[in-house]
Design a protein around this ligand. Structure first.
Ligand code: ATP
Ligand code: MG
Length: 187
């Protein structure tokens, strides 16, 4: 599951958990982006902070792990590069799934080397409040749609809340609330 995770929240975690259960996945690898090429309109928190928040949020789940591939690769993050690197790392025999929310799914075809993406992984689109889960124009044999419990949470809203002094308790894991406070993020 790729994402900016700025910060990681319970919407991400529920989606990952549901898809892992549905497809009996051995592991869910969270992959925080390096420099997100589609998010140039606002300053993104340093990758190291986003990586650490993702580690904190996933630490208690033995099936969740975090990969540094995108954080460590210089230049903009493209999912096709992420998947190629994970493919090399995990070997040809490992089946890869890419978990993505309805909003990102509808943009997949605009991603770099979109045609090759589908050869590298099976794409799983999850429902997200406020976004239609439309599989229009996406090849059905490589993209599946999964209904997950509706979590009307976004990182954007979490950042705004912190900036205006509102709580993010229960929207993000406790350790992430504490990390945000400790590092003075989003103020
Ligand atoms: P931002 O508001 O900064 O864009 P975000 O909440 O959308 O943050 P991202 O890191 O952009 O979080 O998302 C990573 C992935 O998780 C994307 O595929 C996104 O669609 C999915 N996702 C994010 N929030 C939810 C949610 N509440 N329910 C389901 N999927 C989600
Ligand atoms: Mg987003």
């Amino acid at each position: 599951m790729g994402g900016t995770f700025d910060p990681i929240h319970h919407g991400h975690l529920v989606a990952a958990s549901e898809v892992a259960d549905r497809y009996a996945l051995d592991e869910v690898v969270f992959v925080p982006t390096g420099q997100p090429w589609q998010k140039t309109e606002h300053a993104v928190t340093p990758a190291e902070d986003r990586y650490l928040m993702t580690v904190i949020a996933t630490a208690s789940n033995p099936r969740f792990s975090v990969s540094r591939v995108d954080v460590d690769r210089v230049g903009p993050t493209y999912t096709v590069d992420t998947l190629r690197e994970l493919r090399d790392q995990y070997g040809e025999k490992t089946e890869l799934f890419f978990i993505t929310g309805a909003d990102a799914l509808s943009k997949i075809l605009s991603w770099k080397d979109a045609d090759q993406l589908f050869e590298l992984a099976h794409f799983v689109g999850v429902t997200r409040p406020g976004f239609a889960l439309t599989d229009a124009h996406l090849p059905a044999d490589v993209v599946s749609l999964v209904q997950v419990p509706a979590m009307a949470i976004s990182s954007t809203d979490c950042r705004r809340r912190v900036a205006s002094g509102q709580p993010v308790w229960y929207l993000v894991p406790d350790g992430v609330v504490q990390y945000i406070t400790k590092r003075h993020l989003y103020r």
